[in-house]
Design a protein around this ligand. Structure first.
Ligand code: SF4
Length: 353
């Protein structure tokens, strides 16, 4: 069986940063309980690994005692939640991805300028809850084209749309086209809200899935961008399965399958991909081909709130930075160590993000 490994896959810059924030907190506050509001990233393994190190995940701020330390997850929170934390005298560290903060800032700016905002995304997703909270009176969430007739419009010349960062570009384009048809004066966001990591992982699947009989996506079911990768594969005609790890593999999926595409959502750890490769090679034999569709170079620094906390505790944050690791390079060395044959196919088109 041929295994095609999609690149890019797995951790994005925002996830590296958010995980690193909790790692650093465990390092600099060894004797305090670290509370994390919501899953730090939407991945079961990441959350369980932190739980084993003593981190407490909460869905309501009342679960954190007054004066304790709370980390806000990569998905962002509303100003109301931040105000509640302040009123409770909580020490907060904000691990919101900078690309989510960008959408928050757009929402604030347009609402102040008197615009009504159509926020395209999933109403119950943590990111949309946080963004909507920036301007609840100005924002209406649009989940699908069927929502459009119910939108209330005060001034057709003051309308703008924004989007969740992890949408399927295919689905978003359909909704945005329907919005533009209904409201021809609708303004676009100043720059694309669907983030580079979502776009690149989806693009890799769109390019590679047609050559495969089955796509396996490592990721959790509550990970929006992971679910979207399965949909993109299905959109190009290749069945796809979303699995948290190799234990969820079902032998019946492989009947008549000669080529499998393996990818991972932006919050899925690379070691789970490695374990999956071993399992597939042991059971079905064959070689691994790493297909590079895009090389990513994006890195984010530590959040300002974490640096403040470090300084308050006498730690110089200068030398501490989030290290992005190249999944493909690491995988090549790992495959060599395990004696698994592999080659790299370069499909990049020159652009690097
Ligand atoms: S998927 Fe995009 S928006 Fe979400 S954490 Fe990663 S880089 Fe940030």
């Amino acid at each position: 069986m041929k295994l095609i490994l999609a690149n890019p896959r797995g951790f994005c810059a925002g996830v590296y940063m958010a995980i690193d924030v909790v790692d650093q907190m465990l390092d600099i506050c060894p004797n305090e309980t670290i509370y994390v509001y919501h899953e730090i990233v939407h991945n079961r393994h990441v959350v369980e690994r932190f739980k084993r190190r003593g981190v407490k995940f909460i869905e309501d701020l009342s679960e954190a005692p007054d004066g304790s330390i709370v980390v806000f997850s990569a998905h962002g929170v509303s100003p109301a939640l931040k105000a509640e934390a302040d009123s409770r005298n909580l020490t907060t560290v904000d691990a919101t991805c900078p690309l989510v903060i960008k959408v928050h800032n757009e929402a604030i700016r347009y609402a102040r300028a008197g615009y009504q905002i159509f926020l395209v995304g999933h109403a119950d997703h943590q990111e949309i809850i946080g963004t909507r909270g920036e301007a609840p009176d100005a924002i209406q969430v649009v989940e699908c084209p069927e929502d459009i007739p119910n939108l209330e419009v005060k001034d057709p010349n003051k309308l703008v749309y924004l989007t969740q960062t992890t949408l399927s570009t295919d689905d978003a384009n359909v909704i945005i086209a329907a919005l533009k048809q209904a409201f021809p004066t609708l303004k676009e966001p100043p720059s694309e809200d669907i983030c580079y990591a979502t776009t690149n992982r989806q693009r890799a699947v769109r390019v590679l899935a047609p050559s495969a009989d089955l796509t396996l996506v490592i990721g959790s079911r509550n990970s929006s961008n992971s679910v979207r990768l399965t949909e993109i594969s299905q959109n190009v005609g290749t069945p796809a399965r979303l699995i948290d790890d190799r234990s969820e593999l079902d032998p019946s999926w492989f009947a008549g399958v000669n080529t499998v595409l393996v990818t991972a959502g932006a919050s899925a750890p690379e070691d789970l991909v490695q374990e999956l490769i071993v399992e597939l090679i042991e059971k079905h034999g064959g070689e691994v081909e790493q297909h590079d569709v895009y090389h990513e170079q994006v890195e984010f620094g530590l959040p300002g709130t974490l640096k403040e906390l470090m300084r308050a505790r006498g730690i110089d944050p200068t030398g501490r930075r989030v290290m992005r690791k190249d999944a493909d390079e690491a995988m090549g060395a790992w495959l060599d160590r395990h004696g698994i044959g592999h080659r790299t196919v370069d499909l990049t088109v020159g652009a690097t993000h």
